[in-house]
Design a protein around this ligand. Structure first.
Ligand code: SF4
Length: 343
């Protein structure tokens, strides 16, 4: 066990990437980076981190921003509930914690959107609290190094890996220890084709010895993907006609074209036939993948948009004011296409 800590942290000191959030003890900036990097590659997250630090340099500035602007700045990064929670949490810390960033694992978990992983990351990186982080990289490194076959998506698996990670942590260097395992998972012990020859723990890695690397970590279930069927309506006029999404669903509080959603493939085809007759033309079908959803989308250009669709008011937005309205990537791409065609 001591070997594990020494080998990983020695390697980390010599090989880690120099990333801006690693050069600060400011819990606010560490929190920003952790939220941005969830489900996001460092290469993509870096520019968003820089933008957020620039536009919202302090917790107060984020708390006092408009949610619509925060969503706009998040545009393109996906998983928009992260941005909404970030903004909500900033206001929560200003009120409930009087603007003082919570400084312990248990206090951090009281903040909206901060779960075990993020709380452990902030507590260990900013406050040197000896609490282990367990993210996808850590699951992979530990399951391989200790050749553990307990599925990581079960209660028993979560408990076992959390306990092991906590057992391994070095109380004097919890920050470097946590960073080292995550960096090892990101750079060397990758999901496919890990670089075992370069790995600092290859001499103690049991999955390597037992030739089980490809089967670690184990997951019990496959992610279920929900199929959804979207018809977007577009009026060919100078202004854009957008509605605001609401309710507990993807892209909450973001803007999109007026939407008709079909509940299954048959309805989708029927609606497609009906709208195709009405529309001046329609674009080809586009498939847009989210983590648990597959969106089947067609855009229809119709002569006239109504004032309301499905209880959602239609906002008439001049193109030059589009920068004020957060839109999902698929809508952003289609608007760019419209603009190109108009030129
Ligand atoms: S030896 Fe290979 S499988 Fe084992 S921890 Fe290192 S990179 Fe991962």
């Amino acid at each position: 066990m001591a070997d594990f800590h020494l080998l990983t942290t020695d390697w980390y000191r010599q090989n880690h990437r120099d990333l801006p959030w690693r050069n600060t003890n400011d819990p606010y900036k560490i929190w920003l980076s952790e939220v941005i990097l969830q489900q996001t590659r460092v290469a993509q997250g870096l520019s968003y981190y820089e933008k957020f630090v620039r536009n919202y340099p302090t917790l107060e500035s984020l708390a006092s921003a408009e949610e619509q602007q925060v969503l706009k700045d998040w545009q393109g990064l996906g998983y928009y509930s992260r941005a909404r929670n970030l903004h909500f949490a900033a206001k929560q810390i200003m009120i409930e914690f009087k603007g003082n960033f919570p400084s312990s694992f248990m206090e951090l978990k009281k903040v909206k959107g901060i779960g075990n992983y993020t709380a452990a990351a902030i507590a260990s990186f900013a406050f040197k609290e000896s609490v282990a982080v367990v993210d996808g990289n850590v699951y992979r490194v530990l399951s391989r190094c200790f050749d553990l076959s307990t599925p990581i998506d079960t209660t028993a698996g979560v408990k076992e890996f959390q306990e092991l990670a906590q057992h391994l942590i070095h109380p004097a260097h919890p920050d470097i220890h946590n960073q080292a395992i995550m960096e090892l998972g990101a750079l060397i012990c990758t999901p496919k084709n890990p670089e075992c020859n370069e790995c600092p723990i290859n001499s103690i890695c049991l999955a390597k010895q037992n030739k089980t690397i490809e089967n670690r970590p184990v997951k019990s279930k496959k992610t279920k993907v929900r199929q959804r069927y979207f018809h977007y309506l577009i009026e060919d006029s100078r202004d854009l006609h957008l509605t605001k999404r609401s309710g507990k669903d993807i892209w909450q509080n973001m803007f999109e074209f007026p939407l008709i959603e079909s509940s299954n493939e048959i309805e989708f085809q029927l609606k497609h036939d009906e709208l195709s007759n009405l529309s001046v033309y329609h674009s080809e079908q586009i498939t847009h993948l989210l983590s648990h959803q597959k969106l089947n989308v067609i855009f229809y250009h119709i002569p006239k948009i109504r004032e309301e669709y499905d209880g959602r008011e239609v906002h008439k937005i001049p193109l030059e004011r589009l920068s004020e309205y957060p839109v999902p990537k698929i809508i952003e791409n289609y608007i760019e296409r419209i603009i190109r065609q108009r030129k």
